[in-house]
Write a protein that binds this ligand. Sequence first.
Ligand code: 13P
Ligand code: SF4
Length: 328
Amino acid sequence: MSATEAVVFEPLVFRNQDENAERLSSMQEEILQLKKERNAVLLAHNYQIEPIQRIADYVGDSLGLSYQAADTDAEVIVFCGVHFMAETAKILSPDKTVVLPDLEAGCSLSDSCPADKLAAYKEENPGVYVVAYVNCSAAVKALCDVVCTSGNAVKIIEQVPADREILFVPDQNLGQWVTDQTGRSMRLWPGSCYAHVLFTKQSIERCRLQHPYAPVVAHPECVRTVRELADEVCSTEKMVSFCKDHPSDAFIVLTETGMMHRLVRELPEKTFVAGPTDHCACNDCRFMKRNTVEKLRDALRDLHPVIEIPEDIRARAQLPIERMLEWS
Ligand code: 13P
Ligand code: SF4
């Protein structure tokens, strides 16, 4: 094959194979038992592996998970997602023990905006109104005015006082999409999600040739040329309602592969084609995939590793998250 020849992947199609009829493994049963003993709630992001999603108390997007973390009566929150998500849970529920099965489950987007760089920017640009996508560290949240998620970003930006200049951190693609939706121009921090930017116009056009009637649903972290090909651009939670309400029985979904498990479980009569990149038939986030069933069992058993945040940062980070929950 020549270097210029396009790679055409056999698309990965997810359909209901009655996964839920399968018995739980002994380790999954052990986790359910430990969960009761520890008075724990198990929150899982839509990108987690299927065996974790299946035993979670709640599976959802960042916004839904924030609400769950703020509302729970459990003593322990076991967070199957990435570090910034577990930190958000700890910010909202400081008296609870928050456990993340693998502390190395980070996020390239969060890493692209270090708190010291943002602090320096604010010093040079006093008066700027900082809106932070939730995919950032507690220290960055502590420096911002309001937080948003992909599920409420448009709504949040519409409520920022019109006379304030906005700096949107850390995702330039989400920020650009919000500007397209609202007409509100913003300064964009030059960050991005390493996984979502792997979808390209070419990789999706090739996939469409194989599934010409399937609507394309894309996450706003995708680049503009990819978003422009989509029938719908939305958060992972909205993907479920969009596919449910749409008459089509097949969809091309441009986000992390774990999302397909949630879609198949909730919409068993429909099929979902995982969007390919130029190098792979699907798109796994290497950080999300660090959590395994075994690490989850160990974390619940040992109540380790826990999320700790210095109290001054936690308290400052709580205000912009609470503002977001009020404005949503
Ligand atoms: P959602 O809030 O849409 O679930 O997105 C989170 C995320 O990390 C996307 O990459
Ligand atoms: Fe971060 Fe991207 Fe992974 Fe989401 S998919 S957790 S934005 S690296």
